[in-house]
Ligand binder design. Structure first.
Ligand SMILES: *Cc1c(COP(=O)(O)O)cnc(C)c1O
Length: 432
């Protein structure tokens, strides 16, 4: 499938029926697989034969979707997980243990910040946060002999900063470390991080990949390009795994060592498996991903341009705007579009922002982004509700900030809804 374009792979990669088989990918709703001889199953347990033995570890429906996503990202293998949170946890735990640390860009999803700063810390893994404003020297000063990987997010949710993948890949590689990139907001249609030096990619498939707000899911993708043996820092991949009677992943699986270990060891032990029905729904979403993400991006750019000119709007943050400080990075990493999330400030502060949300007719208030329907959220009164206005300011969430996830409806209808809701918010401003 590698020689086909991404649009074609979205539709055709993965499940390829043979003569007389169902045209649509079947849901293999089975925990178990039947074998004719004990020896065949023994071979499977020894990882000497290919096949499925138990659906906590692998399942044909999931395998087809994993193949599609690996093809889209240009990787050697992928593993679906029960959520995006599980994907990022597995990506780190696969090569990091208690007593070790990772370096992460600070502009990342809030759920990942909690995972890194609270839960990984309790597990004995320290996460050191870097910013893109730091010099290479300052970032490299965070790396020591116990550092195991560097982490960042292509388009940060919700800050919308664009991650300088190549720069952080160069820094990581100078120290013999892999770069892990959460590519959720960009999707492989807008950006393929492996082409800029990233080694591992993760996604919350819950967002644009599913695209219909139907199923929570995640995926880890392995580029196959990182040389774990040459680095010398990853005995878990280059020395015998006693829990798998001595398999050495780099020897048995070559370039797919990382993703093989993630599956046969971590997924076996932690069991954050995606369900076959979820994989089916995710695959349906993936079939139209290339169409949808372009439309999300086009609509979001038009909405951002409209908001920028609107008298009731104080500021707009969207990497596709010429006025954006992210513009140069966006041109390099996101030439086809900057995805569907736009944030902006309503003039009149917190009350005007809440009035704007309450006045929306087409867009719905939901705690979600990245599905087909336009939606909106007021972080100051919801996800960041516990914070005072001055605390909000300190973490970059302004009281007047609205985060919009622009859907794939007709853009004129979206703009008309924004306009009428902003007019209602203006009334609120004048009432005070
Ligand atoms: C939503 C999200 C996650 C977490 O994914 P879930 O599927 O909700 O567990 C991780 N990273 C990013 C960038 C996200 O937007």
């Amino acid at each position: 499938m590698e020689h086909y374009s991404p649009e074609t792979m979205c539709v055709q990669a993965g499940y390829r029926p043979e003569n007389g088989q169902p045209r649509v990918m079947p849901i293999y709703q089975s925990t178990t697989y039947k074998y004719d001889s004990a020896d065949t199953l023994g071979q499977l347990f020894d990882l000497k034969a290919d096949g499925h033995m138990y659906s906590r570890i692998s399942n044909p429906s999931l395998a087809f979707v994993e193949e599609k996503i690996a093809a889209l990202e240009g990787g050697v293998g992928a593993m679906l997980t029960s959520s995006g949170q599980a994907a990022n946890l597995f990506a780190v735990l696969n090569v990091t243990s208690a007593g070790q640390n990772i370096v992460s860009c600070a502009a990342i999803y809030g759920g990942t910040v909690n995972l890194f700063a609270v839960t990984l810390k309790r597990m004995g893994i320290e996460v050191r946060f870097a910013t893109q404003e730091m010099t290479d020297g300052e970032i490299e000063a965070l790396i020591d002999e116990n550092t195991r990987l560097v982490f960042g997010e292509t388009i940060a949710n919700p800050a919308l900063d664009v991650f300088d993948i190549q720069r952080f890949a160069d820094i990581a590689h100078r120290h013999g470390l892999p770069l892990v990139v959460d590519n959720t907001f960009a999707t492989p249609i807008l950006c393929r991080p492996f082409e800029f030096g990233a080694d591992i990619v993760t996604h919350s498939t819950t967002k644009y990949m599913d695209g219909h707000a139907c199923v929570v899911g995640g995926v880890v993708v392995d580029s196959g390009k990182f040389d774990w043996a040459a680095s010398g820092k990853y005995p878990e991949l280059t020395t015998p795994d006693e829990s798998y009677h001595g398999v050495v992943y780099t020897q048995s699986f070559g370039p797919a060592a990382y993703i093989a270990k993630a599956r046969v060891q971590l997924m076996r032990d932690l069991g954050s498996t995606m369900q076959p029905m979820a994989a089916f729904l995710l695959n349906l979403g993936l079939e139209t991903l290339a169409l949808r993400i372009r439309r999300h991006s086009d609509n979001a750019l038009q909405a951002a341009l409209f908001l920028e000119k609107h008298p009731q709007v104080a500021w707009v943050n969207y990497p596709g705007l010429e006025s954006s400080p992210q513009r140069e990075l966006a041109k390099k990493y996101l030439p086809l579009g900057c995805s569907g999330v736009v944030s902006f400030g309503v003039k009149g502060g917190r009350d005007a922002a809440m009035k704007f949300l309450d006045s929306l007719k087409l867009a719905a208030i939901v705690v979600h982004v990245a599905d087909a329907r336009t939606s909106a959220l007021h972080p100051a009164s919801t996800t960041h509700r516990q914070l005072t206005d001055s605390q909000l300011e300190a973490c970059g969430v302004k009281p007047e900030m609205v985060r919009m996830s622009i859907g794939i409806e007709n853009i004129e209808d979206i703009l008309a809804d924004l306009d009428q809701a902003l007019k209602c918010a203006e009334g609120e401003t004048h009432a005070h």
